[in-house]
Design a protein around this ligand. Sequence first.
Ligand code: FES
Ligand SMILES: [Fe+2]
Length: 327
Amino acid sequence: MIVKDPVLLHQWHPVMISNDLKANPKSVEVLGEKVVVFRTTKGIHAFKDLCIHRGVPLSLGTVVDDEIVCPYHGWTYNACGVCTRIPALPKNQAIPSKAKVTAYYCTEAYGLVWVSLTKPEQDIPLIGDEKLDDLALARVLMGPYDVEAAGPRVIENFLDVSHLMFVHEGLLGDTQYAEINDYRVHNENGILVTDEIDVYQPDPDGRGYPVISKYTYKVYSPLTVSLMKITEESNDFFKLFLIVLPVNEQKSIAFMIMERNYALDDDPQVFIDFQNTLLEQDKIIVENQKPELLPLDLQAELHLVCDRLSIAYRKMLRESGVTFGTA
Ligand code: FES
Ligand SMILES: [Fe+2]
């Protein structure tokens, strides 16, 4: 493995939507490592996507009787990655003990497939905390969004409140109301949490009602963040979680989970279409930022008071030792 980033290597990463993984194995990439994910009756599995025999991706193969079969010469691997069958081998010869593939950690949660390349040191991020069973809550899974940018760049864009009025003008902001009130970032048990930030929003969620939203951002880990929006006029809340898969240093896949406690019967597609529009707007910026890797040296760029959260995020990445996608 080329990547030397202990933090991200020991972390769960979302790799795809669960429903998109059917009978056939799928190829994904995590931290520059090609991974095959597949289903058996025993559950879900992730291996290095490389047959030990002649280097063919196992993702081109098939799943037969709960084992994955390489398409080239039929070598078959069980759920632990151990080769159980080499069709060309005479019956009286044992399968070499070296015939196995690296198995990774793999699980499903929140409608996503998650992979960790080494033993995960933290649980899967808790999405929606205590509200899991609250029936008066609508949850919408959004993505995958392919972004040609480093993971930390994608995350920082999400945490950047002063871009809303420009990149998302007419939707999440208005250039006439671009001023950002002062706010602080607090560390609450390792989670970065902002004070509320007021933003005038012509169309905060795709339904076309203007409000003044109060934003609270949270940073749970290097590639998992959220925002919550509330208004003074009601008890409605809108939460958006962003979890980014670091495909490699130039590429990411973003997944989002939205939770709201209002408009429960509205068609989820309204919210998905809206988020798709926002993502297209953000991609134009993020995919063109220089340097491509997020600079953790705070002297490298200019920061304003409204950038407090970006500063705190960069510090957090530096202190936790994240190197992948940063400079
Ligand atoms: S390359 Fe996989 S079986 Fe030969
Ligand atoms: Fe944005």
